[in-house]
Design a protein around this ligand. Structure first.
Ligand SMILES: C[S@@+](CC[C@H](N)C(=O)[O-])C[C@H]1O[C@@H](n2cnc3c(N)ncnc32)[C@H](O)[C@@H]1O
Length: 331
């Protein structure tokens, strides 16, 4: 790929420089390790290796989420383009923007597409996919943002009529408080002609949900363990030398899958960069992320509480996954 030739149409804005990112992450890790259960921020999952492992997960036979979401996009992208008439597609947590091509194609066919604005915390992946999309779509501008969707929504590229997509059920990784803050921040950051498109994994048989995160090839476990390796590299900690068993279990009360580890025996892990040592009891949990599963009524209520209104709700044929289109609620 000739990046120089594409450069006039590609702009990458960096909202989190390395120092800013490090300070926020260290702070969140410091406090997370004091929480009950102990936890570390899910952002540790996404270094370059983590992003590659996540891509592998999306192709696993047990991981139905990506295939179901794709099925809905194939069926509904033209309708989404026609309803929204968006000229700018903003994508939060864009990763490789694999499924996003379906939306870009539909908006291009609708004749409205002028700009693509992916936002991701992982700079390498963002830059790569920004240039790849600029090459595939020669008539659009690409404005990538290296940023945090929990902090930088007010700075997403503005102007025009925007469709803000947040796919892959990534919103399910935010626990309820953080999800409420995120949705409120969307409501204040979008205009009356903009729309929000969310991918949501739905509540279903717990055995199928747990199987999606306990794949036979062990990729999901490697993905979670990579977060510990990333922590060790940046904080000089000893998580990978300690003994932890992988944990991916359905929590029926919260309707989420908890992903992380259980301590195999009582042990102490040093975290020199944070100046702490962390004691784990036998089988004590260390949470890395949760993956919430949704129900339509309850989610509609969450949207309403955040000042958003549900416009459309589409599911795949089996009812496993939903795409939901929301707009700012009128006052
Ligand atoms: C579950 S993956 C989903 C990727 C893709 N959207 C999909 O549907 O397959 C989550 C993506 O969000 C990014 N991410 C995670 N936390 C983030 C944050 N706080 N701010 C911005 N991006 C984040 C990761 O780097 C990763 O690309």
């Amino acid at each position: 790929m000739d990046r120089t030739a594409l450069a006039p149409r590609v702009r990458v804005e960096v909202l989190v420089d390395a120092d800013d990112r490090r300070a926020a992450l260290h702070d969140a890790t410091f406090w997370g390790l004091r929480d009950t259960p102990k936890q570390v921020p899910a952002i540790w999952l996404y270094d370059e290796r983590g992003s590659r492992l996540f891509d592998e997960i999306t192709r696993l036979p047990e991981y139905y989420l990506t295939r179901r979401e794709r099925e809905i996009l194939v069926a509904r992208a033209p309708e989404i383009a026609s309803v929204t008439q968006a000229d700018t597609l903003v994508e939060l947590g864009s990763g490789t923007s694999e499924k996003t091509r379906l939306l870009l194609d539909a908006l291009a066919a609708e004749g409205t597409l002028g700009r693509f604005a992916p936002l991701d915390v992982s700079e390498e992946v963002l830059v790569q996919s920004a240039y790849a999309i600029a090459e595939e779509y020669p008539s659009i501008a690409v404005h990538g943002v290296v940023g945090d969707f929990e902090r930088h929504l007010p700075s997403i590229p503005d102007g025009g009529r925007r469709l803000v997509a947040f796919l892959g059920s990534t919103i399910g990784n935010l626990p309820p408080d953080a999800r409420g803050r995120f949705l409120r921040s969307v409501a204040t950051s979008i205009g009356p002609d903009d729309a929000l498109l969310l991918g949501l994994d739905l509540v279903k048989d717990p055995a199928r949900i747990e199987a999606a995160y306990n794949d036979a090839a062990g990729v999901s476990e490697r993905f979670q363990r990579n977060a510990l390796a990333h922590l060790d590299r940046e904080l000089g900690s000893g998580f990978t030398r300690a003994r932890f068993d992988y944990l991916a279990r359905w929590d029926a009360l919260n309707e989420w899958v908890e992903l992380g580890f259980r301590s195999a025996g009582a042990q102490v892990v040093q975290v020199p960069e944070l100046g702490v040592e962390v004691s784990f009891a036998d089988v004590e949990r260390l949470r890395v992320e949760v993956s919430t599963k949704f129900r339509r009524e309850r989610f509609e209520e969450e949207l309403r509480a955040a000042g958003l209104a549900l416009e459309r709700w589409w599911t795949d044929a089996g009812g496993d996954f939903a795409l939901c289109l929301a707009v700012r609620a009128s006052v």
